[in-house]
Design a protein around this ligand. Structure first.
Ligand code: G6P
Ligand code: MG
Length: 221
């Protein structure tokens, strides 16, 4: 039986995914790396330093910079990102998410956040969602980022649940791979081709309801 839900943040709860993309795009331009849809999609869910490495690799520049320079690039991207999210409020929560969270709480499901973002605590504050997420996996304590399952394994541990009792929710292929690798049920929100590995997929957040999830799980069973 499903007892808990483990949420990704960027692209699931709010469209900060767009701002991450914009800030990386700007850095890629400055580094002379061609920005493509494949690169943008591949970066979703990937940690800050791993994202920078992917961008440098895409431009065959992975050996061109020192560790200090790379840290400066990542810090610059984060400064841009923080400017972009500066004006966010609870109106930036994706439609259907507040109702879904309320429904989960009403049915006593356990909930936690498994975002790779070190900015997720401030975003939860801005969105006024801290009350729903007292439990947040700390990405700085993990050895490996998504697509490694570690963050979803840790999420289940923090909820005191077995992986098979958990559903993970993601907008990115790397995240779905992490959920599946952890032995949890995966929900993908977004594009069917990008999220083909998801156990259940919804085109948009408003489709993600307990009724629709239960129906999808029956079909899959
Ligand atoms: C999430 C986002 C990624 C981002 C990562 C690290 O997984 O989907 O786009 O790179 O978090 O975020 P941070 O805010 O710590 O740079
Ligand atoms: Mg995401």
């Amino acid at each position: 039986d499903i007892k808990g839900f483990i949420f990704d943040l960027d692209g699931v709860i709010t469209l900060t995914s767009k701002y991450h993309g914009q800030a990386w795009h700007q850095l890629a331009d400055e580094l002379g790396v061609t920005w493509t849809k494949a690169l943008a999609d591949g970066l979703k869910g990937i940690s800050r330093m791993d994202s920078l490495e992917m961008i440098l690799k895409a431009g065959n520049k992975e050996n061109d910079y020192t560790e200090e320079e790379k840290i400066r690039f990542a810090a610059k991207k984060n400064d841009n990102y923080l400017t972009l999210i500066g004006k966010m409020t609870d109106e930036d929560i994706l439609p259907g998410i507040p109702a879904f969270l309320k429904d989960l709480a009403a049915h006593n499901y356990k909930i936690c956040l498994a975002s790779a973002s070190k900015n997720s605590p401030i975003i939860l504050e801005k969105l006024d969602l801290v009350k729903y997420f007292p439990i947040v996996v700390d990405p700085s304590k993990l050895k490996k980022g998504k697509p490694d399952p570690e963050i979803y394994v840790r999420g289940a541990e923090l909820l005191h649940l077995k992986p098979e009792e958990c559903i993970g929710i993601e907008d990115a292929a790397a995240g779905i791979q992490a959920i599946n690798g952890a032995g949890e049920t995966s929900i993908g929100i977004g594009d069917a081709t990008e999220l083909s590995a998801a156990d259940i997929r919804f085109a948009r957040t408003t489709d993600m309801t307990l009724v629709n999830i239960e129906a999808a799980m029956k079909i899959n069973a």
